[in-house]
Design a protein. Structure first.
Length: 220
């Protein structure tokens, strides 16, 4: 039988996921303990574990904790955990101001030469983008991180792969991508159409996922 302690102290992300699957609802005392840990913001392992699985964070402080982590300077790993956490949050449950702020932060991370942070942000942002944000994301191409760069192209395929080639090209032009920047997108689109006809193109509409290091293996 696993406990909240097991979850808070777990050092391996795979173990953390397994433990989370075995934990039911928290008692009132456990919720208070979680709240105290987040208010203190000192136990790096426990805080990051909670950020990776925000459903265990008391609802009244869940979004504030994620927001704080996304702005964290002293603990970069908290930022990474929050970026990953946003994949499990329904954008429709947050206010318009919060969504715009988070999308802006995700775009900042995508544009950085941030390794795992940039590549993971380029995945998380997919579900958070609205029509007025898409242009900013696509126009960022290319970005310093190679995986994030590939994910920008993959996003356009997932969102606009149903268009004809002229329509897809025109969409890129509307996003102010010049001739040379459009070429990699169009090559990928052509490849997608060929594979789609052969029944094997689904993977091209999915983002690339980079490895997430454990808290103890990075400097924080």
């Amino acid at each position: 039988m696993v406990s909240l302690d097991d979850f808070l102290k777990a050092k391996d992300l795979d173990d953390l996921l397994k433990i989370r699957g075995q934990i039911g609802g928290l008692t009132a005392d456990e919720m208070k303990r979680v709240a105290d840990i987040l208010q203190e913001w000192q136990d790096g392992q426990a805080v990051s574990n909670l950020l990776f699985h925000p459903s265990l964070i008391p609802e009244h402080m869940r979004y504030d904790s994620i927001d704080r982590a996304l702005r964290s300077i002293e603990k970069p790993y908290f930022t990474l955990a929050a970026v990953v956490a946003l994949r499990s949050i329904d954008p429709g449950t947050v206010s318009l101001d919060v969504r715009k702020r988070w999308v802006s932060r995700l775009l900042e991370f995508v544009r950085l030469d941030g390794g795992t942070l940039s590549s993971r942000a380029s995945v998380t942002i997919w579900s958070w983008l609205r029509d007025d944000d898409i242009q900013k994301f696509v126009r960022a191409y290319p970005v310093p991180d190679e995986t994030a760069t590939e994910n920008i192209i993959a996003f356009t395929i997932s969102r606009f792969g149903h268009l004809t080639r002229p329509e897809y090209r025109e969409r890129l032009r509307l996003y102010s991508l010049g001739f040379w920047k459009r070429r990699p997108f169009l090559r990928r689109f052509d490849e997608y159409c060929q594979k789609k006809d052969a029944g094997g193109a689904v993977f091209m509409t999915m983002p690339l996922l980079s490895y997430i290091p454990n808290y103890g293996s990075v400097k924080s």
